[in-house]
Design a protein around this ligand. Structure first.
Ligand SMILES: NC(=O)c1ccc[n+]([C@@H]2O[C@H](COP(=O)([O-])OP(=O)(O)OC[C@H]3O[C@@H](n4cnc5c(N)ncnc54)[C@H](O)[C@@H]3O)[C@@H](O)[C@H]2O)c1
Ligand SMILES: [Zn+2]
Length: 684
């Protein structure tokens, strides 16, 4: 341990603290260490502060995530500090304290770390500590629980002044090991890295033990008649049936600004227990308190005020009414608190939607953000349970929440975010995507920013393809035989529960039998039609239901074929069902346009590489028919084309992206040939 450098010790401590969710919420809190190094400019010792920079998570923090500042210059800021009204200006001044290139960008909490006179400082957001911090009598509780070892600091927005406050408290209380920051979290310190860590853990565990030993029996009140959780399969079915409507609600303003929200669903016990108890409506309305929490969850959630037994239809109707009320309430909050220099309102829709007996939907610009918003609301529930168990939950007031939510520094952070990818915020489902054209398409859509569900016959292969595309926040593999109506519904349900809804469906699953009329059996014919004509009908139908509920438009894309228009021998079953798919495109384009859903198709031809269809006999057959070696079939097909180019799965994927991408907004009912030019298959 002693062999580690100061920043190495800091990283090790941060990773230990951050990897246990009892200590801090995801990406919440920050840590620091002070030490001496040789200044390469003077050759003399220089006192430095290493502090976790803006963004990132303590659990996975690396040295590159640390800001490095010169302590003499940091401390000198006290002399130029213009007072609390202009404390935000100090953030820009941190740039003039950087050592070398300075590492990561300093966060707003840098002052607290630099000004407190202790070698090692931890600022954390533990549920147990925030429970004490948000209790109505938090100050009295703090001295009762910790004696004079931990000092109460009344709520103050993070910034330079809070740093000065804590520094003064430490100076006045040499016996103290840390403090409870009202409404917010904890800060602890130590002379060594080990000591700071011990002090942090002692505060967190002591608070948790005190809550466990002293909490009233039912912190959320008695059970509410009719609000107990539904059985697991029923609540997931109801969640899936409500998901489209709820995502539409969460996405209204986001969509108007260019893109929808990605969703996350959880029916964990913490959420279900909260919703089953009498006090949940009052507590939910009070909103979250820790700045980290409400920046990700909005000040309050939308709570469906119907019992678990309410039907889907009743629930949908009530959710729509509550959405209007939520929007009016949020607009009121903005209007009451905004000043002429406040940033514009950022959308009035909820990020958290709670459905009693069923669970919680959370939303964000991508899956990770949506998931973390849900995690933060679970943190907030834990905080409310602890605070109500000991006292009364009393979060910071709305004017303070507004000052943080619409803080110029927060707005600047949002403005610095990279421009989203073209398909960001969109949920795609590609059938037959374990290989070939389907996998290339799923990969392309994910690469352009969509989250994707890879559906195929084999769960193992679907999951392997999904893993190749990205982690659980990007791609999900599901098993689905598209010719089986129940399996298709299950795949759509899995999609909406994983990502909140569905916007973009690619009907790609298929297989090909090349047989003459006389050799084609009735079963051959049925199989081709079951998988391609009926399969894509079933997928389109189940997906369209969600798209209509969402009121967010959508895209359905069919991978038809050159053979949907081209007539040749030995292809009766395959080509007939491809023609059926092609006409589905036109039929559904005509029908779904009223809902803003575009339906288009791609006509590939001669995609040999990567294609399972060609690998499983069709290729050998075609090669024999044309008198070429199977390995040369791709080149052979290329020579038949006008452009003399081989068509690869990626070329089909590119066409799918163009059809559903940001440029092609006014086209529906179209088929795009991707065949390197086959005159006999020109469309007219
Ligand atoms: N390869 C070409 O030249 C070509 C040309 C025109 C059209 N197409 C069409 O493109 C699509 C993809 O073909 P590919 O060449 O990538 O073939 P492929 O065999 O590599 O991919 C088809 C995928 O569909 C899956 N699948 C089959 N039956 C299914 C079912 N009942 N439910 C769910 N998944 C099922 C398969 O497991 C496979 O992963 C097909 O619809 C095909 O007809 C291909
Ligand atoms: Zn904090």
């Amino acid at each position: 341990m002693t062999d580690l450098t100061t920043p190495q010790q800091l990283i090790a401590r941060s990773n230990r603290l951050g990897s246990d969710p009892k200590n801090t919420n995801y990406a919440g809190g920050n840590t620091s260490a002070k030490g001496t190094e040789t200044d390469p400019v003077t050759g003399r010792p220089v006192e430095l502060l290493w502090v976790k920079g803006s963004g990132g998570d303590l659990g996975t923090l690396k040295e590159s995530g640390l800001a490095v500042l010169r302590l003499d210059r940091m401390r000198a800021l006290v002399d130029v500090y213009p007072g609390i009204e202009r404390e935000d200006e100090m953030v820009a001044a941190f740039d003039y304290c950087l050592h070398g290139k300075g590492g990561a960008a300093p966060s707003i909490d840098t002052a607290m770390h630099g000004l407190v006179d202790a070698a090692h400082v931890d600022h954390l957001h533990p549920d147990s500590g925030i429970a004490v911090a948000t209790a109505a009598d938090g100050e009295a509780l703090t001295s009762k629980i910790f004696g004079d070892k931990v000092v109460w600091v009344p709520w103050r927005r993070p910034g330079f002044q809070l740093g000065l406050d804590i520094a003064a408290i430490k100076e006045r209380n040499p016996q103290a090991v840390g403090c409870i920051l009202g409404g917010h979290g904890i800060t602890a310190w130590g002379d060594t890295s080990e000591e700071a860590e011990q002090h942090s853990l002692w505060i967190i565990d002591t608070a948790a033990e005190y809550i466990a030993a002293n909490s009233k029996a039912e912190p959320f009140g008695p059970a509410l008649e009719g609000y107990a959780p539904l059985p697991a399969d029923e609540r997931r079915a109801k969640a899936a049936a409500l998901a489209g409507t709820i995502r539409g609600i969460a996405s209204k303003d986001a969509l108007a600004a260019g893109r929808g929200m990605v969703g996350h669903f959880t029916d964990s016990d913490v959420v279900l227990d909260f919703l089953a108890a009498a006090e949940h409506p009052r507590l939910a309305a009070l909103g979250t308190s820790c700045p980290d929490h409400f920046l990700r969850t909005k000040v309050k959630p939308l709570v469906l005020d119907l019992p678990a037994s309410a039907s889907v239809e009743e629930s949908v109707a009530r959710l729509k009414e509550l959405h209007e009320e939520y929007r009016a309430d949020y607009q009121g909050y903005y209007d009451r608190n905004a000043t002429p220099d406040s940033p514009a309102i950022r959308g009035a829709d909820p990020l958290i939607v709670l459905v009693p007996g069923v669970g919680m939907f959370s939303f964000g610009k991508d899956k990770q953000t949506a998931r973390v918003a849900g995690e933060f609301y679970v943190n907030a529930i834990n905080v409310m349970r602890g605070a109500e168990g000991l006292s009364t939950y009393a979060p910071i007031d709305e004017a303070e929440k507004f000052r943080i939510e619409y803080w110029a520094l927060e707005e600047a952070k949002l403005q610095r975010m990279p421009k989203p990818k073209p398909l960001a915020g969109r949920v795609a489902l590609v059938t037959g995507a374990a290989g070939g054209i389907g996998k290339a398409t799923a990969k392309k859509l994910a690469g352009e920013g969509a989250v994707v569900v890879v559906a195929d016959l084999s769960l193992e292969k679907a999951q392997a393809a999904a893993a190749e595309i990205g982690g659980a926040d990007v791609a999900l593999g599901v098993a689905a035989d598209v010719s089986d109506e129940a399996a298709v519904q299950a795949a759509i349900d899995a999609c909406v529960l994983a990502f909140g809804g569905v916007d973009l469906v690619v009907n790609n699953a298929g297989l090909s039998l090349s047989k003459s009329l006389l050799d084609t059996t009735g079963e051959d014919f049925d199989l081709q039609h079951r998988v391609m004509a009926k399969g894509s009908f079933l997928v389109s139908k189940a997906a369209a239901k969600v798209m209509i509920d969402q009121e967010m438009g959508g895209d359905i894309i069919y991978i038809s074929s050159k053979n949907s228009v081209f007539a040749g021998p030995n292809n009766i079953a395959y080509s007939a069902t491809k023609a059926n798919q092609a006409h589905q495109v036109r039929l559904l384009a005509a029908e779904l346009g009223a809902h803003g859903v575009k339906v288009n198709g791609v006509n590939p031809d001669g995609v040999v590489q990567g294609s399972g269809i060609f690998a499983s006999g069709w290729g050998a057959n075609r090669a024999a028919v044309y008198g070429v070696e199977e390995k040369d079939l791709g080149k052979f097909y290329a020579q038949r084309t006008i452009l003399k180019k081989e068509v690869l799965p990626e070329h089909i994927a590119n066409a799918v992206f163009v059809l559903c991408g940001p440029e092609m907004t006014h086209t529906t009912g179209l088929h795009v040939p991707v065949d390197a030019g086959v005159a006999a298959a020109f469309l007219r």
